[in-house]
Design a protein around this ligand. Structure first.
Ligand SMILES: Cc1cc2nc3c(=O)[nH]c(=O)nc-3n(C[C@H](O)[C@H](O)[C@H](O)COP(=O)(O)OP(=O)(O)OC[C@H]3O[C@@H](n4cnc5c(N)ncnc54)[C@H](O)[C@@H]3O)c2cc1C
Length: 346
């Protein structure tokens, strides 16, 4: 009798949602996996912590149900423009609100419980190689005009499940996460006058004032901020994705969706789900590596690229006050196809 050939190990570089999600999917199928992560867990990340339209198929394939039990549900959104509430609309599908501090940590723990090998505090090799998957998040662009900032607050009353505040070249989301805390997270376009270095403590408040969100700033000033949760990210690029070099890329490293959609985490997890079965086939010798990469990228382009492209085209409308006013007014009309737009972006 011929002994079954042992499965080949998959190496995942980057232990965010895409990397850990893929690690969980593969370990559930008995495939040997190593995840190499530059940082450690738990850790805070710049993220709105608002998960939209995460489908049942992805939750089941990656066995995420027990990890999402702590999430709170969000059912409606209020849009604020120039400090005033303009538009309230229900979400066609309830969103999940959960901190990355909790979620990434629990996913990492679960991956290890399932027999995965997790190496932290180590940078992995980013060259394309057989059996290697790159999930290192955004591809940093030094000329990027964007910075992302997030912090948790206590003692803050929200006016809706999600408050979305539009400022000049910026938007900021507020949502309640586990532990009765509020996550405040914003994307801000840099201007030539934006100082490249600001003190960590004042950066969020300074940016809110700069983009005309002084009212929100005042609400935050009297709440209790958790300074350890404050983090920033730069080098974000919402332009077209760079051509691939044969490497297998998932999550933000495949394509960055603008954060107003609240869909980046879903894209990361869905890309992990899409890659799981083709990688199992490679690992067990049923498919060669170039065909596996091609299959996964084709499926990613089919399922995710149209959504990412539409969100990128809409993004500028959320940033310029004149367009924001038009958008908010149009969206207030009963004829505005809010549900259709939501489905095109999720
Ligand atoms: C301002 C802002 C707000 C957002 N709000 C939301 C929201 O509300 N909802 C939502 O769904 N999405 C949101 N997103 C997007 C979401 O955070 C990302 O889409 C998601 O984190 C992508 O997951 P990922 O696994 O691809 O990348 P990441 O989560 O970035 O993980 C990449 C990992 O790779 C590691 N890494 C990097 N380089 C190396 C290396 N060389 N070797 C080893 N490890 C490495 C990093 O340390 C990191 O842990 C927001 C993003 C921003 C910027």
């Amino acid at each position: 009798m011929i002994a079954p050939s042992p499965s080949r190990p998959v190496e995942i570089v980057g232990g965010g949602l895409a990397g850990l999600g893929l690690g969980l999917g593969l370990r559930r199928r008995g495939i040997p996996v190593i995840v190499i992560e530059a940082g450690s867990y738990p850790r805070h990340r710049v993220c709105g912590e608002f998960i939209t339209s995460l489908d049942r198929e992805t939750i089941a394939a990656l066995d995420l149900s027990p990890l999402l039990e702590t999430a709170t549900e969000a059912r409606s959104v209020t849009w604020f423009q120039a400090g005033a509430a303009h538009l309230v609309h229900p979400l066609p599908v309830p969103a999940l609100c959960l901190s990355r501090h909790y979620l990434d940590h629990r996913m990492a723990q679960r991956f290890v419980e399932l027999g995965g090998e997790l190496v932290t505090h180590q940078r992995g090799d980013l060259q394309a190689a057989e059996g290697r998957v790159i999930t290192t998040g955004r591809r940093p662009k030094s000329a990027s005009r964007w910075i992302g900032i997030k912090a948790h607050f206590r003692g803050l009353t929200l006016r809706d499940d999600l408050e979305l505040h539009l400022g000049k070249g910026a938007y900021v989301g507020l949502t309640r996460i586990e532990g009765n805390r509020v996550n405040v997270c914003g994307l801000f376009a840099r201007t030539p006058s934006t100082p490249s270095k600001q003190s960590k403590r004042s950066i969020l408040f300074d940016q809110l004032n700069r983009v005309g969100l002084a009212d929100l700033n005042q609400r935050l000033q009297v709440a209790a901020g958790d300074e350890s949760s404050l983090c920033t990210v730069a080098g974000l690029d919402y332009g077209p994705a760079a051509p691939t070099d044969g490497a297998l890329r998932l999550g933000d490293h495949f394509g960055l969706i603008p954060p107003f959609t609240g869909n980046g985490m879903t894209v990361a997890l869905q890309s992990a789900r899409i890659a799981t079965d083709p990688l199992r086939a490679w690992s067990t010798g049923q498919c060669d590596w170039p065909t596996t990469v091609q299959k996964v990228h084709r499926a990613l382009h089919r399922e995710l690229s149209p959504r990412i492209g539409r969100a990128r085209r809409l993004h500028p409308w959320l940033l310029r006050p004149q367009r924001q006013r038009w958008l908010v007014k149009a969206a207030g009309s009963r004829l505005f196809p809010t549900r259709l737009l939501y489905h095109l972006l999720h």
